[in-house]
Design a protein around this ligand. Structure first.
Ligand code: 2AL
Length: 244
């Protein structure tokens, strides 16, 4: 049995439930998926401000997972918020959905485009493509202009808008693969694959499978250097209790 904690870093319970269902569908029968969300933070993450303030709650969920015996973690938000800090805190592997989706996409084709939510999130997607070494493979980042919470139990018009954005990305960029830029889009992946005749990678499923793979290979985050446990110190004010 493998225990994976899938953390939705925003506080939308509906989105946590959707992510949990999707993660369990992707997971092996022997994997126990715990889908959680933070007790504090923004209800959706669609700005740098949201992202920064989502990280303390996310790290508290990593700490809770360590206490509960979880062996690996998925950060289920496309900005991969707090990824480096989470790797410092957790003993087991931590994978973000953007890095999982982008790494998976380049195994399926020579190029990919990202379809994301609001236009203001496109810069972060580009930053991550560069960080992970995919600046050449990433042909474009296309925003649907849909707020994150509209993707939870989406209306038909929302599904239509995402489908049109995916079709436009393929037509304009001539990309081989599409990457979904929000955890809330995960349930749409099969229909979008069909509609665009293009592989559509959802990062939630990809990250669950990557964490399972790393664990089954006996691989863990290196604790030799930058991802070693941070030095103990006092944290104060609202962050009282975060000191290690
Ligand atoms: C996201 C996501 O995956 N979850 C969230 O709150 N915001 N991504 C995005 N591009 O807006």
């Amino acid at each position: 049995m493998t225990r994976i904690r899938v953390i939705n870093p925003n506080t939308s319970q509906g989105m946590t439930d959707t992510i949990g269902r999707h993660a369990r569908a992707a997971a092996a029968p022997s994997t126990v998926v715990t889908a959680t969300g933070p007790a504090m933070g923004p209800e959706s993450i669609e700005s740098h401000y949201d992202e920064a303030l989502a990280v303390p709650g996310l790290l508290a969920e990593i700490a809770a997972g360590e206490a509960a015996g979880d062996e690996g973690y998925v950060i289920a938000c496309f900005g991969d918020p707090g990824l480096d800090a989470a790797r410092e805190l957790a003993a087991g592997p931590v994978v973000g959905i953007a890095e999982a989706a982008m790494h998976t996409a380049v195994l399926l084709g020579r190029s990919f485009s990202v379809v994301t939510t609001l236009p203001r999130t496109a810069g972060r997607a580009w930053d991550l493509a560069r960080r992970y070494g995919f600046a050449d493979a990433c042909r474009g980042v296309h925003a649907c202009d849909i707020p994150v919470l509209d993707l939870d139990d989406p209306a038909p018009v929302t599904v239509r808008t995402v489908t049109e954005a995916c079709a436009a990305a393929v037509a304009e960029d001539d990309c081989d693969v599409l990457v979904l830029g929000c955890a809330g889009m995960a349930p749409l992946a099969p229909a979008l694959t069909h509609a665009t005749a293009t592989p559509v990678v959802d990062g939630v499923g990809a990250a669950v499978k990557l964490v399972e793979s790393l664990l089954s290979l006996g691989l863990r985050t290196s604790k030799r250097g930058e991802y070693a446990t941070p030095p103990p110190k006092k944290y104060s004010g609202l962050l009282d209790g975060f000191g290690l």
